[in-house]
Every structure is written in structure tokens, then in C-alpha cells.
Design a binder for this molecule. Structure first.
Ligand SMILES: C[S@@+](CC[C@H](N)C(=O)[O-])C[C@H]1O[C@@H](n2cnc3c(N)ncnc32)[C@H](O)[C@@H]1O
Length: 232
């Protein structure tokens, strides 16, 4: 995998060309993360123009959950450890975070995590077979607080349709945010769609505190978890 950039990454048709849900950012990579990116390529799923056979990566009959925007993978790791019977596919454009996750997975001897570098929306659209996922997780997606940037938000009708088309009926999308106005907007967006049911929930005990969340908590912001399931 190479450095983070959005130019050249496959784009999803759910958003207008040039519109991405992530911010380009660069941060230093530790030697540990860099080494894991080189040694653990067995855990990296590269871009493919064809849908993936999940059994080739996790084994037959294993439910698969995609995490959109795993960052440094703190939640990915904890939830994969907690539930070894699921296949966890962590996706981000931020290479240093993926390297940290690969190093942590190696140290903890976890076998059910795979990672991909790229725009998770393009990955969902092209590499995930229709109605194949048990769930999707998105913890602290970029809030894009300015009204003119709302078109970059992860929770918007076209992306709800894309995620729903990849979930099994009854599959879940678990989100968390520290941005109250975004939490309200998320609930409003899901509630307007008849194929989703759910709402704001108490923080699930098995969701670890993520890197972004710990900063939000230090700064005194309130955290909202939301879980929605698809209905036929
Ligand atoms: C605010 S950070 C939160 C990271 C992590 N979940 C946490 O809570 O610490 C949002 C992350 O989502 C990633 N992201 C946003 N949109 C994405 C997309 N379409 N595909 C892949 N990653 C995305 C960003 O690169 C960033 O790492």
C-alpha cells in the first residue's frame, strides 16, 4: 500500500465525481506500522474489479462485517477479539492507521481481520456482492459541519441505498458520532427511509473507545450510538 491520496482511488457512483466522504490528511507512520504493512500483506485485500468470495478470506459460512473508516483500528481490534466467529473487513484511506491495526492484530494473534486501503464506498459497490454482509460499522465518520460540505457526509440517502444493497435483509449499520447535529441528521435520514428500522441506542458494551472518541470525551462532547437494520 502507498501513501494516502484520493486521486487515483476508485470512486463510487453513489457520490458525484470529486466528492469524497474523507479529508485528505497526512500523518507520520511509526516504524512498527510500516513494518506490519510489509510483513502482513496476507491480511490485505487489494482492489479488485470483481466481487470477492468471502470464503476465500474468512472461510465458508462466516458472517462478514465491513468497517468504513477504521482509523487506527482500536474498535476493529477489540470487536474482532470479542467475536472471533465474524469476519471483520476494515477499510480506510489512511495508510498509517491500517499499519497500526495490522501490527496490533499480529501482536494479539487475531485471525479474523482483513484490511483494505481505499474508498469504502467504491469497495462496497464493486467488491462486495449484493446482500452479502451481516453488518457495517462506521465510528466517528467525519462530521463535515459546514452546510456546503453536507454532500460529503457518509449518512445521506444515496449511501444508505448503497449500504442497504450490500447488507443481508436484517443486516445492521452501527454508527457513532460525537457531533450532536450530525446524530440528529443521521436519525432523520434513516427515519425517512422505509427500508431501515432502528434508532439511537445506549452505547453497546462491546464497542471499544476509539481514538477519535477519546479526544471527543476529553473535550466534553456527548457520544451518540445509532443502530439501524434493513427491513424487506
Ligand atoms: C474521524 S476519523 C474516525 C476514525 C476511527 N473510526 C476513530 O473513531 O478513531 C474518520 C475516518 O474515516 C475515514 N473515511 C472517511 N470516509 C471514508 C471512505 N469513504 N472510505 C474509507 N475511509 C473513509 C477517514 O480516512 C478517517 O480515518
Amino acid at each position: 500500500m502507498s501513501g494516502e491520496r484520493s486521486r487515483g482511488l476508485p470512486h463510487s457512483g453513489a457520490l458525484r465525481p470529486g466528492i469524497r466522504t474523507f479529508k485528505p490528511r497526512r500523518s507520520r507512520i511509526t516504524r512498527r506500522a510500516e513494518a506490519a504493512l510489509v510483513t502482513r500483506t496476507d491480511l490485505v485485500i487489494p482492489w479488485s474489479d470483481a466481487p470477492l468470495a468471502f470464503r476465500d478470506h474468512w472461510g465458508a459460512g462466516i458472517p462478514v462485517v465491513v468497517e468504513i473508516g477504521c482509523g487506527d483500528g482500536r474498535a476493529t481490534l477489540g470487536m474482532a477479539q470479542e467475536d472471533p466467529g465474524i469476519g471483520v473487513w476494515a477499510v480506510d484511506v489512511h495508510t498509517p492507521g491500517l499499519g497500526t491495526l495490522l501490527a496490533d492484530v499480529t501482536d494479539a494473534d487475531i485471525t479474523n481481520v482483513r484490511v483494505s486501503e481505499g474508498d469504502a464506498l467504491a469497495i462496497l459497490e464493486t467488491m462486495v456482492p449484493p446482500h452479502s454482509l451481516a453488518g457495517v460499522r462506521s465510528f466517528f465518520p467525519d462530521p463535515w459541519p459546514k452546510a456546503r460540505h453536507h454532500k460529503r457526509r457518509l449518512v445521506q440517502p444515496a449511501i444508505l441505498d448503497l449500504v442497504r444493497s450490500r447488507l443481508q435483509v436484517g443486516g445492521f449499520w452501527h454508527l457513532a458520532t460525537d457531533w450532536q447535529e450530525y446524530a440528529d441528521a443521521m436519525a432523520e435520514c434513516f427515519d425517512a427511509e422505509r427500508h431501515w428500522s432502528g434508532g439511537i441506542v445506549e452505547r453497546p458494551a462491546d464497542r471499544p473507545v476509539t481514538h477519535y472518541e477519546s479526544r471527543a470525551l476529553r473535550e466534553g462532547r456527548t457520544i451518540t450510538d445509532l443502530i439501524y437494520r434493513t427491513v424487506a
